[in-house]
Write a protein that binds this ligand. Structure first.
Ligand code: PPE
Length: 330
């Protein structure tokens, strides 16, 4: 990935040049990780670029902010338009979008209340997260010595900046040991999630994943894949998963906005199934890409064209009212 093509950033209500989108070193968020963010993808479709599940991402952003006691000084309609504007101004088709809200410069000390909440939206082309080869062949992963933090320690449902130190530690350790990604166990030793993805296993006709009881981020790709798997006629189970079940699964794959649907070929040297992308993963992957690229009209409600007229969004009320039902994490 590279920022070379990103010329414009939306910051605190204005579109500004990338190089001007800066913050002071005294910003609270920089010292203590006090911020929340989203990762969103925009895909090229026959009707122009469209943002995938924009309303669900905004809903999670506001929920993350609320669980950290942060008030975002823009409404969902304004942020939706900011996101579309960043894609349009940069002339992107397929891209990754990163809305970020953090406590800026005001005071230091742990209480952030006297600091302004700064809001920025950046975007850049981010083709594949775990490599193009990973999408086709699968990735080799390791079970991390770092456990995923428990909900009694951090708000696991929030996508909060400082919490990502946990993921960074796990990923760095995995990369240092020659693996493409880390899988974290929860505090009880059950499977939790990847450093930036959720996990699915396949057994026969069943597609199985875990839920928030296992410290996962309530994620949007996982929710989308659950619907796709049901629509394809697979049985779906949401329950506790053990390491043994992973090692003996017929197939396993990661889901995430950045990772999309990435097969897992090996875990700590043990091949999963045939050690390559399995047929169920492949079918789900194809259906997922057909949905996000608007080649399957049954998922049209997941796509938000970036060319939408701002007027349709500015008061935000329609968007806010329909976000509540969009993330039924099960
Ligand atoms: N768990 C974690 C810890 C996580 O960070 C992500 C997304 C997911 C699950 C999947 O969530 P969703 O995107 O809603 O399906 N990780 C984001 C950040 C990746 C990064 O490296 O930065 C992402 O995929 O955008």
């Amino acid at each position: 990935m590279s920022f070379a093509q990103s010329k414009w950033v939306w910051m605190n209500g204005e579109i500004i040049l990338w190089e001007n989108a800066t913050t002071h070193v005294s910003a609270h968020g920089l010292h203590y990780g006090t911020g929340v963010f989203e990762g969103v993808r925009c895909y090229e479709t026959p009707n122009g670029p469209a943002v995938f599940r924009l309303d669900a991402h905004l809903d999670r952003l506001y929920a993350s902010a609320e669980s950290c006691g942060m008030l975002i000084p823009f409404n969902a309609g304004e942020l939706a338009e900011a996101i579309c504007q960043v894609v349009r101004r940069n002339d992107f088709r397929d891209c990754y979008i990163r809305p970020l809200c953090y406590y800026g410069s005001g005071v230091l000390g742990l209480n952030p209340r006297a600091c302004p909440v700064e809001v920025a939206v950046l975007a850049w082309p981010w083709e594949t997260y775990l490599g193009a080869e990973g999408l086709e062949q699968g990735v080799s992963i390791t079970i991390s010595p770092w456990r995923k933090f428990h909900s009694s320690m951090m708000p696991t449902k929030a996508k909060a900046c400082g919490q990502y130190i946990n993921s960074v530690l796990a990923l760095r350790d995995a990369l240092d040991r020659g693996y493409a990604e880390a899988l974290l166990l929860d505090a009880d030793g059950h499977l939790a999630e990847g450093s930036g993805e959720n996990l699915f296993l396949v057994r026969g006709n069943q597609v199985i994943t875990n839920d928030e009881c296992h410290s996962i981020l309530p994620d949007i790709t996982r929710d989308s894949v659950l619907r796709i798997a049901r629509d394809l006629g697979f049985g779906v189970e949401v329950r506790t998963l053990s390491v043994t079940e992973l090692l003996t699964a017929e197939e396993a794959f990661f889901t995430g906005t950045a990772a999309e649907v990435t097969p897992i070929s090996e875990v700590d040297g043990t091949k999963i199934g045939g050690g390559a992308r399995g047929p169920v993963t492949h079918r789900i992957q194809k259906a997922f890409f057909a949905a996000v690229q608007s080649r399957d009209s049954s998922y049209a409600d997941w796509l938000h064209p970036v060319s939408s007229q701002p007027d349709a969004l500015t008061n935000g009320s329609s968007l806010v009212s329909n976000v509540a039902h969009v993330i039924p994490i099960q």
